[in-house]
Design a protein around this ligand. Structure first.
Ligand code: HQG
Length: 185
């Protein structure tokens, strides 16, 4: 299958499963699950041809393991990154490693030093355990910068950390005092 078709389908799934399920009349429960049959039917109305084998290929080939399919094979969800209001995944709290990383664009830095990291339209600030992933995330918005977060220290101060099934770390916000600007490797 063409990589481009997989990429486009992955973006479409991210769009409807994280942000705009109503765009195709899809109902998501509070854990983010939606019926695959109604996803396929709704997508068809928008002219987006999906079938179960294409969906499975995208789910299995996703570099960041963005989606999961229920054990009975009937439902699908995004494992993190949501902004849609009626979805609130119940992640389990977890103690983070000493440091986590966040990649962002240099043009956001002034505001970040003032407000710390805030979730924006998503439900959480997204952090990663490795620098390379963080830098790639930062590149999406411009010239990348790498921030190191004193995660374990924050946890000791009472901040709650969660880890999604795909390894992405989540936290409500990060105060500027917990951020260290790192040189790019
Ligand atoms: C920035 C991708 C100004 C923040 C990735 C980021 C991730 C501030 C942007 C996932 C700010 C929000 C999420 C402040 C934060 N002032 N800007 N105070 N605080 N920002 O896309 O973390 O490929 O919502 O630095 O891998 O970039 O989609 O979040 O640049 O896990 O699966 O505001 O998306 O995953 O942008 O990315 P986003 P993100 P996927």
């Amino acid at each position: 299958m063409m990589t481009q078709q997989l990429d486009e389908t992955s973006k479409f799934l991210s769009y409807v499963l994280r942000h705009e399920p109503q765009a195709i009349g899809l109902q998501l429960d509070s854990e983010g699950w939606g019926e695959i049959d109604s996803l396929i039917a709704g997508a068809a109305k928008l002219g987006q041809a999906l079938d179960i084998s294409l969906i499975q290929t995208v789910v299995n080939s996703s570099d960041k393991k963005r989606f999961s399919i229920s054990d009975d094979g009937l439902r699908i969800r995004a494992v993190q990154g949501h902004s849609t209001a009626n979805v609130r995944l119940r992640y389990t709290e977890k103690t983070p490693p000493e440091f986590l990383y966040h990649g962002t664009a240099s043009r956001f830095l002034n505001s970040i030093w003032q407000q710390g990291l805030v979730a924006g339209s998503r439900h959480y600030v997204h952090l990663s355990q490795d620098m390379t992933t963080a830098i790639n995330v930062g590149k999406r918005y411009g010239s990348p910068v790498l921030l190191k977060i004193k995660a374990f220290h924050m946890c000791q101060q009472g901040f709650k950390f969660y880890q999604a099934d795909n390894g992405v770390w989540l936290v409500n916000n990060v105060p500027a005092a917990q951020l260290i600007l790192c040189p790019l490797p």
